[in-house]
Design a protein. Structure first.
Lengths: 114, 114
């Protein structure tokens, strides 16, 4: 079946540090890939997405590139802020129509210290 | 637009009790789904629906029932609650499309079964 593996957390960084959260996936065919963010006490929000190989998704200074050769979709940000503290989920959708829902990784808790 | 709404926000049940978690969306989305979020497990799909009158099982459907009589509403029923169903439940909705899609999540219901 499909699966998503993300680095374990929590990840603690200082403000303005460079961020990388690793994500790899197992799936047949060509899934779409997503990063969702969950702020404390809230539901998930889509952060960025990529629908085919070599696509780069970007939003709010975050970016991730769909690498089919390494089955990866690592999340990066050049300079993190305290407000980026949240839980980040990597996810895939194998069915473009959404019928199968999203397959999520376990989430990475990011803590940014001032 | 209110987006995706869920009620209640918090609920405590005793083992064997039944209840319904409510979910509604006002975006005219065809696709709706229920996930549960458990520590260290990410989000797992319980049930989903691609339109009124059509539902199907996700990864962890046991102990839960759903129905979809309208486009707007997608309630989740626990017929006989068990402590293993203690979790945070999220409802999500999206347009049903062959293109990559974004799921919109509700704020969640935190359920404790004692």
């Amino acid at each position: 079946g499909n699966s998503v593996t993300q680095m374990e957390g929590p990840v603690t960084l200082s403000e303005e540090a460079f961020l990388t959260i690793n994500c790899t996936y197992t799936a047949t065919g060509y899934p779409s890939l997503f990063w969702y963010v969950q702020y404390p006490g809230e539901g998930l929000q889509l952060l960025l997405k990529a629908t085919k190989a070599d696509d780069k998704g970007s939003n709010k200074g975050f970016e991730a590139t769909y690498r089919k050769e390494t089955t990866s979709f690592h999340l990066e940000k050049g300079s993190v802020q305290v407000s980026d503290s949240a839980v980040y989920f990597c996810a895939l959708s194998y069915s473009g129509g959404g019928a199968d829902g999203l397959t999520f990784g376990k989430g990475t808790h990011l803590i940014i210290q001032p | 637009n209110a987006g995706v709404t869920q009620t209640p926000k918090f609920q405590v049940l005793k083992t064997g009790q039944s209840m319904t978690l409510q979910c509604a969306q006002d975006m005219n989305h065809e696709y709706m789904s229920w996930y549960r979020q458990d520590p260290g497990m990410g989000l797992r799909l319980i049930h989903y629906s691609v339109g009124a009158g059509i539902t199907d099982q996700g990864e962890v459907p046991n102990g839960y029932n759903v129905s979809r009589s309208t486009t707007e509403d997608f309630p989740l029923r626990l017929l006989s609650a068990a402590p293993s169903q203690t979790s945070v439940y999220f409802c999500a909705s999206s347009l049903y499309s062959t293109e990559s899609y974004e799921q919109y999540f509700g704020p969640g219901t935190r359920l404790t079964v004692t």
